[in-house]
Every structure is written in structure tokens, then in C-alpha cells.
Design a protein around this ligand. Structure first.
Ligand code: MN
Length: 232
């Protein structure tokens, strides 16, 4: 048995609907732009550019239903409502068909973003980490196994802030379908169980303030809730 100079950090994990067993998380990948209208609102041409990715640490997970503090270092803290894929089998250099077979389940998630820091990084060609990969920036509902709900390819994806709808898209509007996202990413990584992929957000992203209540829904998948707390 190994000995550590400090206790190992807790294993990040996500609840699974219908069981007390949890899904242990290793990595979180996120697609940068995957809905044409959102790509346009962020100032780029969405015409089938290859998908690109960034990462968040698994320790950035926050459970749906929780209250999370307004994060430090930003005055422009944004929501991005997204479908999340959870992989359940090894997949490497896969075709979309092989990639589809590796998807074990789905969740609804929020890719919380310090937009001012992300925009500053974009403008200077620096990494996005401070804008994207910070504490409690990966909000997620419980996972729902594909064995129960199938592989959602269409359905409304919405987000409301304080009861007012801000984002509305449809999963069928994704530029890169879930299997294509996994197939592309698998050209670069040995993927497998423990890997989550946030698949991008539709248009309508915007800022939140302390006290705001967020409610998201992905038809046929899950409902998400989040409250923004006071800054620490
Ligand atoms: Mn996103």
C-alpha cells in the first residue's frame, strides 16, 4: 500500500440515475463551438471548421442543485448550457460508428465561464484556462445511461435565469454530432470510462450575478438547477 505525504484528494465523481453507484471522473473535455448561432455570436464562422477542445480539471465538477460562489477574478461570469457525454468503453482513432458505441450515458451541464478572462486570452493568443478551467466551473446533473434513454439526437436545450428563458436551441443543431465529437477527439487521446465531454452551447450566453437562479433542461435527458452565491 502506498504512503502519501498528504492525503490523496477525493476522487471526483458524478451521480447516476437509478443507482447509488457513482461514475468516477478522470478528464473533462469541452467542445469550443458546436452550434452555428453561438459561433456567430462569439464572432467566428461556423461553417464546418473542425471541432476544437479545451479541458477542465475533474476537480472543477459541481453538482446540479447546489449553490456555488461567484468566482474570483471576473466581472463577467457566464453560463453555457450543454449536453454532456460520458464514455463507457475504450476508444482510440475511432470511426463515428465505433465512437457511438463507446458512449455510456448523458447529462445536462453548465460550462461556467469567466468571459472577460477568456476574451482577454483570445485577444492575446494565451491559453483559456483562467477563463474556463476554474473551481466549480463544470456543473453537472446525474448521468442517465444510454441504455435507458437511447442516444439523443434532437430535443430542446434551454436555460432560464430567474425564470426568464435566455438560451434555446435544439440538439439537432449541433455542427458536430456526439459520435463525431468523440471520433475526432479519439484521434488525439486514448479515451475511455471516466472521460466526460461537454458538447458546446447554443446561442444566448450571458452573465449572471450573485443570487441568480439558473434552470436548465435538455429534453429527454435531465433538468439542471444552480444558484449563484455571494463572492468569497
Ligand atoms: Mn462551452
Amino acid at each position: 500500500m502506498s504512503d502519501y505525504v498528504f492525503p490523496p484528494p477525493p476522487q471526483p465523481s458524478v451521480a447516476v440515475r437509478g443507482t447509488s453507484a457513482r461514475y468516477a471522473v478522470s478528464r473533462i473535455f469541452c467542445v469550443g463551438r458546436n452550434y452555428a448561432a453561438h459561433a456567430r455570436e462569439m464572432g467566428s464562422d461556423p461553417d464546418r471548421e473542425p471541432p476544437f477542445f479545451f479541458c477542465k480539471p475533474a476537480s472543477a465538477l459541481a453538482e446540479s442543485g447546489s449553490t456555488i460562489p461567484y468566482p474570483p477574478g471576473t466581472t463577467n461570469y457566464h453560463y453555457e448550457m450543454e449536453l454532456v457525454i460520458a464514455l463507457g468503453a475504450p476508444v482510440f482513432k475511432a470511426t463515428p460508428e465505433q465512437a457511438a458505441a463507446s458512449i455510456w450515458g448523458y447529462a445536462a451541464g453548465l460550462d461556467m465561464t469567466r468571459r472577460d478572462l477568456q476574451n482577454a486570452a483570445k485577444a492575446t493568443g494565451r491559453p483559456w484556462d483562467f477563463g474556463k478551467a476554474f473551481e466549480q466551473s463544470a456543473v453537472i446533473t446525474e448521468l442517465v445511461p444510454a441504455a435507458e434513454i437511447g442516444h439523443p439526437v434532437a430535443g430542446a436545450i434551454t436555460l432560464a435565469v430567474n425564470g426568464e428563458e435566455q438560451q434555446r436551441g435544439d440538439l439537432s443543431d449541433m455542427i458536430w454530432r456526439t459520435a463525431e465529437v468523440v471520433a475526432n477527439l479519439s484521434q488525439y487521446y486514448h479515451l475511455g470510462p471516466g472521460d466526460l465531454i461537454y458538447t458546446g452551447t447554443p446561442e444566448g450566453v450571458g452573465p449572471v450575478q450573485p443570487g441568480d437562479r439558473l434552470e436548465g433542461r435538455i429534453e429527454g435527458v435531465a433538468r439542471l438547477a444552480l444558484t449563484i452565491g455571494a463572492p468569497e
